[in-house]
Design a protein around this ligand. Structure first.
Ligand code: SAH
Length: 215
């Protein structure tokens, strides 16, 4: 590794801490999983900046500090089975693979799923699997989940996802209209229903129904 990259990686971790990512397990996972593997082409050299970047299919890889804060809010434990909606580059799922027992991630773009799965295999991340599917319906075959994270914004928490969350489970997602500021919220499922907590303003690409037409 050249000194320049080492320097940029140090700044990357520093930026995470200064934006409120303080959980030691999350920071260790983000130190280990190199964001450089998930940003290709023109934007590769900006992989260690705390900024969202374009990925294929007109989508974006999220800002690292937002990935860190969402992961932290999800409070994943090593025995958890986790579902992510919105594979994108695969970066968020790879971070989760370090913290959970099993990770399933789905995207409506086949091309993104294939690209992410290739990186998981290359990095030997054997506990994460990507599927092409409309994530608004969750992943009924593997349900229920201890944790669910959605990385695209819906107007509200989709009903099928709430139904696939275990009692005691946590879901973190952005809600709100796609052209305005959205809120990151945390949903806790308890015996008799759900508690909702608003965490912070965020901005994500929209959750879109159905498989992508370019599949
Ligand atoms: N978590 C990603 C970033 C996600 S960008 C990362 O770490 O890189 C949001 C993703 O949600 C896009 O790839 C988009 O295709 C996907 N998406 C939008 N609506 C969807 C739906 N209904 N089902 C599955 N994926 C969806």
């Amino acid at each position: 590794m050249t000194d320049d990259i080492a320097q940029r990686k140090m700044q990357f971790l520093f930026a995470l801490r200064s934006k409120g990512v303080t959980d030691a397990r999350v920071l260790t996972a983000m130190e280990k999983i190199d964001r450089g593997h998930f940003v290709k082409g023109l934007f590769a050299e900006r992989a260690y900046e705390d900024t969202p970047l374009p990925i294929p299919c007109g989508q974006t890889i999220s800002q690292p500090s937002v990935v860190g804060l969402m992961t932290q809010a999800l409070n994943v434990s090593p025995r958890d089975k986790v579902l992510e909606i919105g594979t994108g580059s695969g970066y968020q799922a790879a971070i989760l693979s370090q913290l959970a027992r099993r990770v399933y991630t789905v995207d409506r773009h086949r091309r993104l799923v294939a690209g992410a799965q290739e990186v998981f295999t290359a990095l030997d991340l054997a506990n994460v699997t990507a599927f092409t599917a409309d994530g608004s319906f969750g992943l009924p075959d593997q349900a229920p989940f201890d944790r669910i994270i959605v990385t695209a914004a819906a107007e509200d928490a989709p009903g099928p996802l709430l139904a696939q969350l275990k009692v005691g489970g946590i879901m973190v997602l952005p809600v709100g209209q796609s052209d305005t500021v959205q809120s990151m919220i945390r949903v806790l499922r308890h015996e008799n229903g759900f508690d909702y907590e608003e965490l912070r303003p965020v901005r994500f690409v929209p959750l879109i129904e159905g498989l992508a037409r370019d599949n």
